[in-house]
Design a protein around this ligand. Structure first.
Ligand code: F6P
Length: 461
């Protein structure tokens, strides 16, 4: 039996002193979910971008161990980081796949760099591959990698998982080469999606653009056949429950020390325009206007982890959020109460778990989100006998499963404000019952389940 080879743009953090910037240490949901799952499955080889900026551009390799995994990272030049990662990945594909058509910025030279970097991933990877290996490629940074590997002669099975939504047929066509990108995606033996909606968008787009046929399990087009599957990604509930590791001593403090007797409303996001953070702050202000009883009694903690800090749209979003926090606090704050606490930093998992436990309500209200693991982490962290309540956007992948959350439309401030009010008013019995049912779901679809289900399907493909 061959080895498991995982490929993703982002890798687990480089050990200190190996040229990592603090930026490179913010690894995001894909890496956290995969790390836990890979360790439970015996580990493998994990290949991707080292995260080191501005190295030689000749793709120097760096390797390190992380848990049971051997990580192989290669460097990108400044030009590649700018055109491939900051450019085509984050200014074209990211908004397009999340259906933010108005934010899509296309450029031929950035598209070229995206193609080049995908081809270079293939060249760098090829010497490490054997035909019996299982190869699993992740996310929108590497849509073309399967085809590049086929061009170099790799004939083994290759799986691909899309961690973000697949958009509608019309939106996909905003790409400079929609047929070409889709034909390249057809080179994967199995493509996995979080939800049925994303899979169905993909099938419809392939039928319309490529004349593909779908028999309920296999998509076929011009001699290529590929399996499709729905694998909602999850978390490892045990990492968050009552026996989860806690920070030591003084660092044990959660949010209660700051909030006192107040009702705590918590948001935890990467600072990204897809997360709807300004809409959420407006919604909280709407709540304070509509229900003055919450003034002094409620406090919103909004944690924004720095993300893609060199991309103009993210710089602008930070400004928008900070201006709005200032306005809302200016309107409502008094000498003994500040309604919105804005924290522009990331926290380690153990600390977040404490924050989740202290929160009465977690606001997960993206305008669009492939899945959203904060929703699942929050539920997994709760005390089952006195749980907090999740207020969840209908436009997250998580909402397709987590129907016992208070579901809201994030575009409508009154709806989110009503959702917060409802969440804060639910009687204990109702909170316990909703939490129990949500726990059942996230336990069934854990990250270990996701990992094993995908690989089992790939083995059968
Ligand atoms: O959801 C897609 C994703 O690629 C996840 O890995 C992660 O949550 C986030 O985006 C991280 O983005 P980046 O690698 O650009 O920091």
């Amino acid at each position: 039996m061959g080895k498991l080879v995982v490929v993703s743009n982002r890798l687990p953090p480089l050990p200190e002193g190996r040229g990592a910037s603090s930026r490179a240490q913010e690894v995001g949901g894909l890496v956290s979910a995969l790390l836990g799952a890979l360790d439970s499955g015996g580990g493998g080889v994990w290949f991707g971008w080292s995260g080191r900026p501005g190295q030689s551009g000749r793709g120097a390799a760096v390797s390190w161990e992380h848990g049971k995994n051997c990580i192989l990272g290669f460097d990108l030049s400044d030009r590649e980081i700018e055109g491939y990662y900051n450019g085509f990945c984050n200014r074209a594909l990211w908004p397009l796949l999340h259906s933010f058509q108005g934010r899509v910025r296309l450029s031929r030279s950035e598209e070229r760099l995206y193609r080049q970097v995908n081809a270079r991933f293939a060249q760098r990877l090829m010497p490490h591959l054997e035909p019996e290996d299982t190869l699993w490629v992740h996310d929108y940074h590497l849509i073309l990698l399967g085809r590049e590997l086929r061009r170099l002669g790799y004939g083994g099975r290759i799986g691909f998982f899309l961690h973000v939504p697949f958009p509608s047929y019309n939106t996909w066509q905003i790409l400079p080469d929609p047929e070409g990108f889709l034909t390249a995606m057809m080179e994967y033996s199995l493509v996995g999606f979080h939800t049925r909606t994303y899979r169905d968008n993909y099938i419809y787009t392939a039928q319309r653009l490529l004349g593909a046929s779908w028999d309920g399990a296999t998509l076929a087009s011009e001699g290529r056949r590929q399996r499709l599957g729905i694998f909602p990604i999850g978390v490892e509930p045990a990492r968050f429950g009552p026996r989860a590791p806690a920070p030591e001593g003084r660092r044990r403090r959660g949010l209660l020390g700051e909030a006192g007797h107040r009702r705590i409303i918590l948001g935890v996001d990467r600072l990204d325009y897809t997360k709807g953070i300004p809409h959420r702050i407006q919604a909280f202000a709407t709540l304070l206007r509509a229900h003055p009883g919450y003034r002094r009694e409620a406090i919103m903690f909004q944690i924004c982890a720095p993300s893609r800090t060199r991309v103009p749209e993210y710089i602008e979003q930070k400004r928008t959020v900070e201006t709005l926090v200032g306005q809302v606090n200016g309107e409502f704050a008094d000498h003994d109460w500040v309604p919105v606490r804005y924290l522009y930093r990331s926290y380690p998992q153990e600390r977040l778990t404490l924050f989740y436990r202290d929160a009465h309500v977690c606001l997960v209200t993206p305008l669009r989100d492939g899945m959203n693991l904060v929703a699942k982490e929050f539920i997994a962290s709760q005390d089952p006998e006195d749980p907090g309540v999740l207020v969840l956007s209908r436009f997250t992948g998580a909402a397709e499963e987590m129907t016992e959350a208070v579901l809201v439309n994030p575009y409508l401030p009154e709806d989110v404000a009503d959702g917060i009010h409802e969440a804060l008013s639910l009687p204990l019995g109702e909170r316990v019952e909703r939490h129990r049912r949500l726990m059942e779901k996230i336990t069934r679809h854990s990250s270990e389940w996701w990992f094993k289900a995908f690989l089992a399907e790939l083995a059968a493909a």
